[in-house]
Write a protein that binds this ligand. Structure first.
Ligand code: HEC
Length: 144
């Protein structure tokens, strides 16, 4: 009895070391992975076409929704300086004409629907048309 337990005791540091190496390897692997799937927009989503024209009516609807769901971060005027922006870095400034220039409508639709980084998703609370109204409005904020 005594011999067995002593042998087990002798082995335990090795077992612990093995476990540590294993956990460390897992952790190191995790760190190499890209942060979540947030930046991966499926190509078919990026190619999605805006089906809502940026009419005055669409912009008015977008502005209303923006006031409820977006202004606290992106700012009342879209400058990225909403009340919550002090806690979150890199809130996109929509008044900067460069900000959304290189993004397709489909990509931004996807971001508004699913969120990105620290931006929460609209999820199912918005209909497709509402997201297009929001996008039309947000694009209209770029300074000429
Ligand atoms: C909690 C704060 C927060 C709220 C609320 C929020 N956003 Fe954002 N938004 C962000 C942040 C932070 C980014 C930058 C994300 C990044 O690039 O990692 C961003 C980026 C964006 C972008 C640019 C995406 C890109 O790929 O460059 C668009 C468009 C956008 N938001 C639209 C909206 C709309 C529309 C709403 C309201 C429905 C909204 N956001 C609500 C924080 C927020």
């Amino acid at each position: 009895m005594k011999r067995v337990s002593r042998a087990a005791l002798k082995k335990s540091p090795l077992v612990l070391l093995g476990l540590f190496v294993f956990v460390f390897a897992l952790w190191a692997q995790k760190k190499d992975e890209p942060p979540a799937a947030e930046n991966k927009i499926p190509p078919e989503a990026a190619a999605k076409q805006n089906t809502v024209k940026p009419t005055a009516e669409s912009l008015a609807k977008g502005k209303k929704l923006y006031g409820y769901d977006c202004a606290m971060c992106h700012g009342k005027d879209g400058d990225g300086k909403g009340e919550m922006a002090s806690d979150i870095k890199n809130v996109t400034d929509f008044t900067n004409p460069e900000a959304l220039k290189n993004h397709t409508d489909g990509e931004l639709f996807y971001v508004i629907r699913h969120g990105k980084g620290e931006m929460p998703p609209e999820g199912d609370r918005a209909k497709d048309d509402d997201i297009w109204h929001l996008l039309n409005y947000v694009r209209s904020l770029a300074k000429k």
